[in-house]
Design a protein around this ligand. Structure first.
Ligand code: PMP
Length: 774
């Protein structure tokens, strides 16, 4: 500790509390493995714990523990963890110098009631389940916590248990040595490779029965009151938390597997386990027991006389020997059943397919001939039930990355606080309306909130009709704007496809402004397509009707990732406005910085629409949408009929929307989309020079299409080839899809956090897959 062997005494602890925290307390020594701990009791009965750490303790380590506990103060497990007491000037960790004999670090924590579980023999199922649930809540909260200290080297890092293998030589009993050697070998060869794709996060990492505190309730039943000692906490596979907790709770239990199953049921009821996690649990329990016996073997080697080490290792050895006789299939089944009891049952792919077949609306589709069961997403990746990782190149909904922790935290915090509607005043709504409209050029300054792209487009139609007094609308061929009757009947992609009833009488289509395949090509294509709009306007007017609106995506998604021929949108807009019509830009797919050069795709097309609709990426997967328009149009909509949307613009959605805008801004995602998008486009253009199947490569930022053709002259669409490319890419871990009227366009619109390394990997895989077509 310091040069003075008697330090710290209770008197030292009392003076530290008084001098540094201004607390007048009586101090009593408490047990502690690493730190010297004292219970501080104030005159009014308040209790605290003073921790004095050795002078060579790593500061990062202590800061880490303090930050983790402070983070948890605002979480669902706040009552179970110690609070860190700041000094009057807001410090949580202080050096304490004992006049020349060295210094140490001091901290004060709140005191948690309860006794260590190790003192309690009776462990009823309710307690075991509660421990499981609490650890799961802790892990969910810690998902959003990160700190450099979480990555330090550590002998208790379960992922590196095989690094302890050399201590097996020091196990004197041959049978036990072989048992551990066998397991470590299996761990290294068969368990570690299955970690890929598992959820990773900061965990407590040591919920043993000295660190779990319990107290009797009024019926004399033990209740969990606390979880202490974050000294071994670190970032690792999240499932290790449950395995470690279960391993310790199983010690000296009559039915250890039942004990573990109860803890698992509790845990999985809060944080469901993936199939991969379930199947690893038994191996990980054995792994932690092996780590424990190896660490005590190492301790015994250093201190052969230490009786405590000898005695404390015995229950671990007994449990390890006992569960090594359990058939792993039986254990896995017990854990699977435990998970099935809690929350949503985990079903096989076939079972889910059968349920879909009988109980889902019959016209839903499933991607891929061999459907994927995706159980988790993080950043630009999706993970299937076996923990296999896929790079998601198509999901423009999870715009800032799947399950972005900042967005998840914003949603869960607001959900825990309040959710109402636009009829109450709320800061989130006001802030979001300001922030969102602030990203648009004038005169787009009024917003309406809704819940899906369809709702936003439907509202846009109502606004246009209210403003112009006309339903007549011009749309692009192959366009899709939504699934309600009002939108299906103006979406050629739907109403002119299978099951469709054709365009409504008030809807008129013009060709897609596709300069690669359409009727107008070359530098004049934009003007040619704009001329088609003029032609249709003349037809409408000629029949005595009046144009209401022109609706188009700023860049065309379902039509096959088409970038409008230059000059088309601005030309069409002026023609439409010249006869009193309004321009509706559907940015449901393409907004929020995806084009890289601008926040909104229409800005890249030199036009300012009258109404803009937003959806998909707006909530990073949370269902919400918006319509932005001018004051003038919004005023025309004041007809006496209220616009009320139960969920549209609720405080949770607005918190999510704000978080998405924050992330786009703070992570510089618009600029990032420009940089990685350009790298990908450059790579694809280079690939095109070597690959005759690629007819056209087009895109802006991270909105990219690759059109495949059998013949560069006739442009015969390579549709079956496109499907094969999708399957081959899936087999290599890349999720892509096809689109376009001829089903021959590979579409790329990934989460905006795609990295340069991902781009290089996609290009290498496409090179291989497309190259195989000769
Ligand atoms: N507009 C466009 C351009 C779309 O792509 C979609 C959905 N694919 C919609 C509107 C409808 O959005 P939602 O499915 O959220 O109703």
């Amino acid at each position: 500790m310091t040069g003075d062997a008697s330090f710290p005494t209770a008197g030292d602890a009392e003076s530290i509390a008084r001098e540094l925290w201004g607390l007048d307390c009586r101090a009593e020594p408490l047990a502690g493995e690493v730190d010297r701990n004292f219970l501080l009791v104030a005159g009014n009965g308040d209790r605290w714990v003073l921790k004095i750490s050795r002078e060579n303790t790593d500061r990062v380590d202590l800061d880490y523990q303090i930050e983790a506990l402070r983070f948890l103060e605002a979480s669902a497990v706040a009552q179970f963890v110690q609070r860190v007491l700041p000094t009057s000037d807001g410090q949580f960790l202080l050096p304490y110098d004992r006049g020349g004999s060295g210094s140490c670090w001091v901290r004060i924590f709140s005191f948690l009631n309860g006794a260590p579980l190790v003192n309690i023999q009776e462990r009823p199922p309710a307690l075991l389940e509660e421990i499981g649930r609490t650890l799961a809540h802790l892990d969910l909260a810690l998902r959003n916590f990160d700190h450099p200290g979480a990555y330090r080297n550590h002998p208790w890092n379960i992922e590196r248990t095989h690094d302890l293998a050399h201590y097996t030589e020091q196990i004197s009993e041959l049978g036990r040595r072989e048992l551990v050697e066998r397991h470590i070998e299996r761990f290294r060869g068969e368990v570690v490779p299955r970690f890929a794709g598992l959820e990773r996060s900061v965990i407590h990492n040591d919920a043993n029965d000295h660190n779990l505190l319990v107290q009797s309730d009024s019926n004399d039943q033990p209740l969990l009151t606390g979880l202490i000692d974050f000294g071994d906490s670190r970032h690792t596979i999240t499932i290790a938390e449950l395995a470690i907790t279960a391993a310790y709770l199983m010690l000296d239990q009559e039915c250890p597997l039942t004990t573990a199953a109860l803890v698992t049921a509790g845990y999985a009821s809060v944080r469901p386990l993936s199939t991969a996690e379930q199947s690893l649990l038994f191996d990980l329990i054995k792994t932690r027991l092996c780590a424990s016996v190896l660490m005590s073997t190492r301790g015994l080697h250093l201190e052969p006389e230490n009786e405590y080490l000898q005695i404390s290792a015995q229950p671990v050895w007994r449990l390890l020997e006992r569960i090594s006789m359990i058939d792993p299939d039986d254990a896995n089944r017990a854990f699977k059943d435990a998970c099935a009891q809690s929350g949503t049952p985990v079903r096989s792919t076939d079972e889910i397919l059968a349920i879909r077949k009988n109980h889902f609306g019959f016209n839903l589709s499933i991607s891929y001939s061999e459907p994927l069961k995706i159980v988790r997403g993080a950043d630009q990746y999706l993970y299937d039930e076996d923990g296999r990782r896929y790079l998601d190149l198509v999901n423009n909904v999870c715009h800032v990355g799947h399950c972005h922790p900042y967005v998840v935290a914003a949603a869960t915090q607001q959900m825990a606080e309040l959710n109402t509607n636009t009829r109450y005043l709320h800061d989130n709504l006001a802030e979001y309306a300001l922030r969102l409209t602030g990203t648009f050029p004038e005169p787009l300054e009024v917003c309406f909130f809704a819940n899906s792209g369809t709702e936003a487009n439907d509202l846009a139609l109502r606004l246009a009709r209210a403003h112009t007094g006309s339903k007549e609308i011009i749309v692009l061929d192959h366009a899709y704007h939504g699934h309600s009757p009002s939108l299906v009947e103006i979406s050629p992609y739907k109403c002119e496809g299978p099951g469709g009833e054709g365009l409504a009488g008030h809807a008129h289509k013009v060709p897609m402004p596709d300069a690669y395949r359409g009727p107008h090509r070359g530098p004049e294509a934009g003007a040619g397509y704009a001329e088609e709009v003029c032609r249709v306007i003349a037809e409408i007017e000629g029949s005595g009707r009046k144009l209401g609106a022109f609706m188009a995506e700023s860049l065309i998604g379902c039509g096959g990732q088409v970038i409008p021929a230059p000059g088309f949108l601005s030309g069409a807009a002026s023609a439409v406005r010249s006869v009193g019509g309004v321009v509706i830009a559907d940015e449901v797919q393409v907004g929020f910085g995806r084009v890289g050069s601008h926040m909104w795709a229409f800005e890249s097309q030199d036009v300012v629409p009258d109404i803009v609709t937003l959806g998909k990426p707006i909530g990073n997967g949370h269902p919400m949408s918006a319509v932005i328009t001018t004051k003038e149009i919004a005023s025309s909509f004041v007809t006496g009929m209220e616009y009320f949307n139960t969920f549209g613009g609720n405080p949770v959605s607005c918190a999510v929307g704000l978080a998405v805008l924050d992330v786009i801004e703070k992570q510089g995602l618009q600029q990032h989309a420009l940089e990685v998008g350009t790298r990908l486009l450059d790579g694809l253009h280079e690939l095109q020079t070597r690959c005759p199947l690629i007819g056209d490569v087009r895109g802006l930022g991270l909105f990219i299409g690759i059109e495949l053709v059998r013949d560069q002259e006739t442009l015969e669409p390579a549709d079956t080839e496109a499907s094969r490319v999708i399957d081959e890419m899936k087999a290599r871990g890349f999720l892509l899809s096809t689109d376009g009227p001829l089903h021959n366009v590979l579409k790329i619109k990934p989460p905006m956090v795609l990295t340069e390394q991902d781009v290089d990997e996609v290009l290498a895989a496409l090179d291989e897959v497309l190259g195989a077509f000769g």
